[in-house]
Design a binder for this molecule. Sequence first.
Ligand SMILES: O=S(=O)(CCO)c1ccc(-c2ccc(C3CCCC3)c([C@@H]3C[C@@H]3c3ccccn3)c2)cc1
Length: 240
Amino acid sequence: ATLHRLWPEIEKVVKQEVAMAKLGVGESGTGWQLFAEDGEMRMYRREEEVDGMVVDPLKAVHVVKGITGRELCHYFFNPQYRYDWETTLEHMNVLETISEDTLIFHQTHKRIWPASQRDVVFWSHLRRLPNDQDRDGPDIWTVVNNSTEHPDHPANAGKCVRIFLTVCLLCQTRVDPPKAGAPVSRDDITCKITYCSVVNPGGWAPASVLRAVYKREYPKFLKRFTAYVKNQTKDKPIMY
Ligand SMILES: O=S(=O)(CCO)c1ccc(-c2ccc(C3CCCC3)c([C@@H]3C[C@@H]3c3ccccn3)c2)cc1
């Protein structure tokens, strides 16, 4: 993958997105407004428009017990599970396998009335990062998805409006030491999740409709995805 034309961009965007994801909502200046809460999950957005289009950056933080960051990123990155948890997905196709941890996807998403149907082309990169807080703690895992172009799917050539997105799923795992001599079980594991996304809808869509869609879909997505991973891993050995 070091030789691929996208490699410099992937390195740059991954570093930027991980640094942003690590910033708390307080530290990254004012402007983050809490818009959804559910148990440990907190969803924030900033209201931003580009050329009159809603591109509200989203930052969600969540804490889940019983799964590791590597497991969350494994089920988020790998295409074979995506239809199980991504409810707004209509079609997904892997256009290019750059390496085992770097893929290029084309996806069409279900039409959200009255907006026209959208599609997206993005590279997706899975990365293990050293745990900078606790050197002998579990590593940090991340998946970064970033829009890119691909000759087989020129933007706005078909029926779909091309959207542009940057997404970062950052997962930090903590293992609480079990009683002396006992093996680590899933009850001793906690994962802190930060999910950041900026979606540019590509073509005009009513701000009120988009904000209603984001308000409905993002909490649903994070709850459904984390529940899916807990269910998939509950009887499997722990992947760190
Ligand atoms: O994290 S990912 O990379 C996971 C891989 O699938 C990803 C997440 C979200 C999207 C996405 C694409 C289009 C749209 C809208 C925009 C205008 C009309 C369709 C939405 C709306 C926001 C709603 C939404 C939010 C969360 C999850 C799914 N749907 C989201 C795509 C990829």
